[in-house]
Design a protein around this ligand. Structure first.
Ligand code: SAJ
Length: 397
């Protein structure tokens, strides 16, 4: 249920391992595309893989479910304006499979979910189909793949699998062992749910530490990249890299699933979210003051190059991107023609007019590096430009 960034690759990999997969998505365009052997998401290598399993006949897509033996729920769990998790898609997908469930079926949630969601869905299922009470296997198994490396990681990463009882865990382990080569770790549903949230919150907290150091270093006149490289020479220290903030649909979102339910206990996790959000705001402020400074010194508005829009290096995904937020914020109240927007992984964008990265670097008075895309690292350091390097393109300078 759900043929998105995780559901589609999972369906394809399972289908390639001899499992007959019915990929269900409420979006008819997605269904049509997949049935043609094509994909609607950007993921290296997935296109060829999809056309292979469609040709083999082990994967077919449709907009409604049908009777199956295993049901995987892989739909989005966004958050609301108040940073509260929204599990309505999980609920809707569960309701839509209710009529098809039969004794002995296995129902698994993969969607990132707040603690207690699997129990909640089990209750929903048993209240709709009371005759199936204790006759279904129900488990939670989060995915942990890194966008851009999904096909490899889907097969090789370890998985954490937690059932509502031991027999459910065992049935889910047996299912995943058909296409996962990584180790399958058994636990209960609530631990598995919190485990997924913990992994991404841990990364968020660690990045917040690096971002906080970058603010301290800026004030102290110390090169943060050199500082972190030196501190990491200690055998038990491993600090991550600061950047223009934290984006994407996972790390900038999942910690709120903990803070919403455990506000008093999750002070550090909540603070890390604040620090990482503040870092993007701070980068925008720094850029705005560099523009003002230039105007004072030169009596004209500068040409500003904003380098990168994606949420992380070398991808074209702009979801929750701090770079996009910074670009939007600094351009407010200015003449758009003074800004050269660069995103080498996109050929066009509906809001931003894009410029080639070399041309923008050449023309700009102020160059703001927002994302550490590989091509930017080939540019030479220029003394004649104001360079705001928020992501360590020129670590030595
Ligand atoms: N970032 C930094 N500094 C760093 C590392 C990352 O600022 O040192 C920033 C990135 O620029 C980006 C954000 O963090 O804005 C997130 O990028 P990421 O590469 O850390 O993670 P995602 O969001 O692409 O994928 C994460 C992964 N989780 C972990 O590494 C714990 C992935 O394994 C998960 O499957 C995925 O979230 C998910 O779907 O939850």
């Amino acid at each position: 249920m759900g043929l998105g960034y995780i559901g589609l690759p999972t369906a394809i990999v399972a289908a390639d391992n001899g499992i007959n997969v019915i990929g269900v998505d409420i979006n008819p365009h997605v269904v049509e595309t997949v049935n043609k052997g094509q994909i609607h998401i950007v993921e290296p290598g997935l296109q060829e893989f999809c056309s292979r399993v469609i040709a083999k006949g082990t994967l077919k897509a449709q907009t409604v479910p049908e009777e199956s033996d295993v049901y995987l729920i892989v739909v989005p769990t966004p958050f609301t304006g108040n940073h509260e998790p929204d599990i309505s898609y999980v609920e809707a997908a569960t309701r839509s499979v209710l009529p098809y469930l039969k004794e002995g079926d296995l129902y698994i949630i993969e969607s990132t979910s707040p603690v207690g969601t699997t129990d909640k869905m089990a209750n929903l299922i048993f209240s709709g189909r009371p005759e199936l009470k204790d006759k279904l296997y129900i488990a939670y198994c989060p995915e942990r793949v890194l966008p851009g490396n999904v096909i490899y990681e889907l097969v090789h990463n370890d998985r954490v699998i937690g059932g509502i009882n031991e027999i459910s865990t065992e049935r889910a382990v047996a299912f995943y062992s058909r296409f996962v080569k990584g180790a399958l770790h058994r636990t209960n549903a609530r631990t598995a749910e919190l485990c997924k949230l913990t992994e991404n919150s841990s990364r968020d907290v660690q990045i917040a530490f690096a971002n906080e150091l970058s603010l301290i270093c800026d004030k102290a006149g110390i090169n943060v990249w050199e500082l972190i490289a030196l501190a990491n020479k200690h055998p038990r220290v491993n600090i991550l890299q600061p950047g223009s903030g934290v984006g994407g649909h996972c790390i900038a979102v999942d910690p709120y699933f903990i803070t919403a339910d455990f506000p008093m206990e999750s002070r550090l996790i909540g603070k890390a979210r604040e620090v990482n959000n503040y870092k993007a705001f701070w980068c925008a402020e720094k850029t705005q003051s560099a523009i003002k400074q230039f105007e004072l010194e030169h009596g004209r508005e500068p040409v500003v190059a904003l380098m990168g829009l994606a949420f992380k290096p070398n991808i074209d995904d702009l979801r929750e991107s701090p770079a996009k937020y910074i670009a939007t914020k600094v351009m407010q109240g200015h003449n758009n023609s003074d800004f050269l927007i660069v995103e080498p992984n996109l050929s066009e964008h509906k809001v931003f007019k894009l410029t080639d990265y070399k041309e923008a670097y050449e023309k700009a008075d102020i160059v703001v590096f927002l994302v550490a895309h590989d091509p930017f690292k080939t540019l030479p350091w220029r003394e004649d430009k104001v360079i705001l390097d928020f992501c360590g393109i020129f670590k030595k300078n």
